[in-house]
Design a protein around this ligand. Structure first.
Ligand code: 5GP
Ligand code: ZN
Length: 132
């Protein structure tokens, strides 16, 4: 993908603070971090979102976070937890799949807000999602 920022990061055409890489993924610091140590895990191949992504990449990333990245930020940055998240479609700024790995600190005041005025009754949602 010629115009993809993250493909350019993979190719080294855009610099990044790379924390880890292997044959499947690259992990680097987010340019606009939410907390100290906010990293992105991206596949080396271009996949737009979760719906295109081979499951192997998710499994690999979960293992990487458990075995390497979380122990690293815990030890070096003394964080108190970790948020593992990713956006697809609406809310996704860069259309090259990426997982946010966000070390959490007590009192970091993270807040995801949604417009609750858009809510319809739960019974209605349930009847749309189930056969009942
Ligand atoms: P999204 O909103 O797509 O889930 O998140 C995209 C993330 O990529 C944002 O947190 C943004 O700061 C980060 N980002 C965008 N462009 C660059 C870049 O060129 N370098 C780095 N390191 N991060 C970037
Ligand atoms: Zn890409």
């Amino acid at each position: 993908m010629e115009d993809c920022i993250f493909c350019k990061i993979i190719k080294g055409e855009i610099p990044s603070y790379t924390i880890y890489e292997d044959e499947l993924v690259k992990v680097f610091l987010d340019v606009n971090p939410n907390t100290n140590g906010h990293m992105l895990i991206i596949p080396k191949e271009h996949y737009k979102d979760l719906f295109e992504l081979p499951e192997e990449i998710i499994n690999h990333s979960v293992k990487l976070v458990k075995e390497k990245l979380y122990p690293l930020v815990k030890e070096k940055l003394d964080c108190d937890g970790l948020t593992f998240s990713q956006n697809n479609g609406y809310g996704q700024e860069v259309k090259h799949y990426h997982i946010h790995v966000i070390p959490r600190y007590e009192n970091d005041h993270s807040m995801i807000t949604f417009d609750k005025d858009m809510l319809i009754p739960t019974e209605e949602v349930f009847s749309k999602l189930s056969d009942k």
